[in-house]
Design a protein around this ligand. Structure first.
Ligand SMILES: Cc1ncc(COP(=O)(O)O)c(C=O)c1O
Length: 435
């Protein structure tokens, strides 16, 4: 690895790290891209790309089937990735790791399999106002089918979960509490351990959506104490099509299969089937083999860097952004917790009277890539009274130079909109808002 990982305590050097990411060699109108959309998907280091092409070019074969050299190599690499994923989030047992396409599929799996067996009419599921659509819609579908109730923990004016509201909802003795570890909308880091303890006390199981937490700092599912945890590989420097559901072994053992087909079976007869052990019981059909192997390489890469160092790097960058943007960009409105301590590397903001789509479109001319829209958190945006926001988000390759380019770009956007006639020509939002 060519990253600055010589000392455990040395700060990350994003400029050295960029050498590991081939996309930074691409020329965008004479400039390197300032990629500030890692919360949407992360860039991929060479090591991940080579792991994927290594499988495709040297040992392509299906897994758990071929009794020949490449078949055995593919199975070994796929199962080794599972062990790496288990280690990365400190799961007790790699059999607790189910490989799926993404975090969304993990939440749906729990809603269909655990939810359909355990949720009954008039049961309560507690969610929060911060949730991504992936942690709302599966529970809406389940509650409509089962005639169950959904309740929502309120947020305060800084986008932090109101713990008193949570305490009150726990008095309804919910069957399940499901909430995000880190908000993709505002960057808020939620007090997972404390909330899990409170939910267990009230008799509920807890699902944690870790899609925005695993990419940004150390996660230990045993320490958190939750029952289900999901994350997406493509946000952790891994390939698209890779994702993980972790659940306590006894829960997975008791849950019925989600999808039927090959791989998830032990014996099939014309009228009945017995099922494979976990986790394979939940991996019907040929899995995304190269994506899982690529995810294993991404987790190795991040482990070599050190997740504590990555968290420290992102906290410092967040502090820098919270200081520089209000100074350099008059009237910018930054949403979410005010302290970098309470948020991951996500800065959501708006400029008065300029639609975020216009902001993102104009920044793109300077090769600064940010996200604009509702970020798949429409209820959160409704709660905040915003139709859309702009969002800059970080990862290992993000540096102060990216934030400086963002600040300079936002200054240019404001100048364009202050020009006479700009109102008539450009104030219409660039496009419909999408997630
Ligand atoms: C908090 C959170 N949960 C879930 C998801 C869904 O991730 P995926 O689309 O990879 O399934 C995202 C994606 O942005 C997210 O930010």
């Amino acid at each position: 690895m060519t990253t600055a990982s010589t000392s455990v305590d040395a700060p990350l050097d994003p400029i050295a790290i960029r050498a590991d990411f081939p996309i930074f060699q691409r020329d965008f109108n004479g400039r390197r891209m300032a990629y500030l959309d890692s919360a949407s998907t992360s860039l991929k280091p060479r090591r991940v790309i080579e792991a994927v092409t290594g499988y495709d070019s040297r040992y392509t074969a299906n897994v758990h089937r071929g009794i020949y050299t490449t078949g055995e190599e593919a199975t070994a690499a796929y199962e080794a990735a599972r062990v790496k994923a288990a280690r990365f989030i400190n799961a007790r047992d790699s059999h607790e790791i189910v490989f799926l396409r993404n975090a969304t599929e993990g939440i749906n799996l729990v809603a269909y399999s655990w939810g359909r067996r355990n949720i009954r009419a008039a049961d309560t599921i507690v969610l929060t106002e911060l949730e991504h659509h992936a942690n709302l819609v599966p529970w809406q579908l389940l509650s409509q089918e089962k005639d169950a109730d959904l309740e929502f923990v309120a947020i305060d004016e800084q986008g932090r979960l109101n713990q008193e509201s949570f305490r009150v909802l726990l008095r309804t003795r919910p069957k399940l509490v499901a909430f995000t570890h880190v908000s993709n909308g505002l960057g808020t880091i939620n007090p997972v351990r404390e909330m899990v303890a409170m939910a267990h006390e009230a008799g509920a199981l807890v699902l944690v959506d870790g899609a925005q937490a695993v990419p940004h700092g150390p996660v230990d599912v045993q320490e958190l104490g939750c029952d289900f945890y999901v994350f997406s590989g493509h946000k952790v420097l891994g390939p698209t099509g890779s994702g993980v559901l972790w659940a306590r072994r006894e829960l997975l053992d008791a849950m019925p299969p989600f999808m039927g087909g090959g791989e998830m079976i032990r014996e099939v007869h014309l009228r009945r089937t017995t099922f494979n052990d976990v986790p394979w019981k939940f991996e019907a059909g040929t899995p995304a083999i190269s994506a899982a192997i690529g995810l294993g390489a991404a987790l190795d890469y991040l482990s070599d860097i050190g997740m504590e160092r990555l968290r420290a790097h992102e906290r410092a960058l967040t502090e820098y952004a919270l200081e520089v943007l209000p100074r350099e960009v008059p009237d910018i409105r930054i949403l979410g917790p005010r302290s970098a301590e309470e948020r991951a590397g996500i800065i959501t903001f708006n400029l008065p009277d300029i639609h975020p789509h216009d902001v993102a479109t104009l920044l793109d001319r300077d090769a600064v890539a940010i996200r604009a829209g509702h970020h798949c958190t429409q209820p959160l945006h409704e709660r905040l009274g915003e139709t859309a926001t702009a969002r800059a988000s970080f990862n290992v390759y993000s540096g102060r130079d990216d934030i400086d380019r963002l600040a300079a770009g936002l200054g240019k956007v404001q100048a364009i909109f202050q020009r006479p006639g700009a109102t008539e020509t450009t104030r219409e939002p660039a496009a419909a808002v999408t997630g």
